[in-house]
Design a protein around this ligand. Structure first.
Ligand code: MV4
Length: 448
């Protein structure tokens, strides 16, 4: 018997991740409450949940970001906990705090840890103190052009200016010489203030052709922590991930152990609990550096689930119930290779949104194929939210077999009525550099 059994959970999210969370709740015998905007009254998560509450108008600010409306729904339906999913309020310190104050368990780490990782300067300082390698850069926000010039002189050009309250690539400036520094600092501070209501920025050495590798961790409230290996997330466009894989085609067993060890040690030192992700930049010489920590479940978690057989949502729920992690690092084994393609309602060439009615929706099946989606034939993709309509995930014994499986699954996935990124993914599967595992974050810029 667990310390605080969660009998009923509200999912403060929509789309595929809301459905994904409900899958696990059903398997655990936990009742679910969906919340939805008026635009989502016919959404699948609403039908899957045991109960549903309308929380506001279509714009996210009035519904999925509306804390009073969500808390009211939680009170009315008498839930024990809230799962925030990803995006929306998943990394809101305020929301995590309000949940605690209302005696509703927030399924995630402590509010103070969310806040610490939300401040990228503080996250860098904390990680450095915990023995995680970070790039040479500023220990405090940069105030003046003189300060920036002095630091850049020490680090060497190129450098990158990032917003302390940023993340995910928004408001970054690459600076290649001293004469460009002052103006870029000014612009970065102005943009940061406009975008995040916080003008603080910091400087790091810029890595020209890195890979984006992240480590999945699970930590309980008793200081037990394990990692589930890495995900290769290098292939992105405009800071949006296109596809992810596990394991990375370039990470060795020793490197995985080293990155995992570092992440686990850091989690223990900061009192991390729940599922979390350490994002690293991997340099061409094999060195890796901390970039950010994500304190939520991530879009690409299924590739890790496929190669480890772990259910990450189940772990989040058990940890939130005050249970101890049921296994140790030795119990974790990476088996085979998994790839996830994000299917977006987008023009695959122009990358512009393509909302509208999906007339045909045929999903592939067969061995080693998983589809995470909230779409059904006749569904109308609303224009208000993220354009991802499905995640196609495959698992096979080798990377080569996984690519072949993904190619046939993409060809057998039929979506009509809107444009999707399926044709783009087929092209990537057929690309020689992708097949060789030979790519950096510049892959899409140099593609086709
Ligand atoms: C960097 C970098 C090179 N050097 N930092 C982009 C997302 C945000 N989390 C940080 N990002 C980067 N930070 C240093 N010091 C290159 C990027 C970057 C990137 C990183 C991962 C995946 C795709 C990317 C695309 C462009 C730039």
């Amino acid at each position: 018997m667990s310390k605080r059994e969660l009998r009923k959970i509200l999912i403060a999210n929509r789309g595929e991740i809301a459905c994904r969370i409900i899958w696990t709740c059903k398997e655990l015998g936990i009742r679910t409450v969906a919340v939805h905007s008026t635009a989502d009254k016919d959404a699948l998560h609403v039908r899957y949940a045991d109960e549903a509450v309308c929380i506001g108008a279509p714009p996210s600010a009035q519904s999925y970001l509306n804390i009073p409306a969500i808390i009211s729904a939680a009170e009315i339906t008498n839930v024990d906990a809230i799962h925030p999913g990803y995006g929306f309020l998943a990394e809101s310190e305020t929301f995590a705090k309000v949940c605690e104050d209302c005696n509703i368990k927030f399924i995630g780490p402590k509010a103070s840890v969310i806040a610490m990782m939300g401040d990228k300067v503080e996250a860098r300082r904390t990680m450095k103190a915990a023995g995680v390698p970070i790039l040479p850069g500023s220990p405090e926000p940069i105030e003046s052009a003189e300060e920036a010039a002095k630091l850049a002189g020490e680090i060497g050009f190129p450098v990158i200016i990032k917003a302390a309250a940023g993340g995910g690539g928004r408001g970054m400036r690459i600076v290649r010489s001293e004469e460009d520094l002052a103006v870029n600092l000014e612009t970065a501070q102005t943009e940061a203030l406009a975008a995040f209501k916080n003008g603080a920025v910091y400087i790091e050495r810029y890595i020209e052709r890195p890979r984006h590798i992240e480590i999945q961790v699970l930590a309980d409230e008793f200081g037990n922590c394990i990692h589930l290996g890495e995900r290769e997330c290098t292939i992105q466009r405009r800071h949006q991930k296109l596809l992810e894989e596990a394991p990375s085609p370039v990470i060795t067993v020793e490197q995985r152990e080293r990155m995992g060890e570092v992440a686990v040690k850091a989690c223990k030192e900061i009192g991390y609990s729940s599922a979390g992700t350490f994002e690293f930049l991997l340099d061409e010489d094999g060195s890796f550096y901390f970039m950010e920590m994500n304190t939520r479940i991530q879009v690409e978690h299924p590739v890790t689930e496929m190669v480890t057989l772990a259910d990450i949502v189940r772990n989040q729920i058990r940890i939130a119930e005050g249970e101890e992690l049921g296994y140790t690092q030795d119990d974790v084994q990476i088996v085979g290779h998994a790839i996830e393609c994000r299917i977006n309602a987008e023009d695959p060439v122009k990358f512009t949104p393509s909302p509208g009615k999906i007339t045909t929706f045929n999903i592939p099946g067969g061995p080693g194929v998983r589809v995470d989606t909230a779409v059904y034939p006749g569904y109308v993709v609303p224009p208000f939210y993220d354009s991802m309509i499905a995640k196609l995930i495959v698992h096979a014994r080798t990377r080569e077999a996984a690519i072949a499986r993904m190619r046939r699954a993409l060809e057998m996935m039929v979506v009509e009525g809107i444009k999707t990124t399926i044709p783009l993914h087929i092209k990537i599967m057929n690309d020689e550099n992708f097949q060789k595992g030979n790519f950096s974050t510049k892959f899409m810029e140099e593609f086709q």
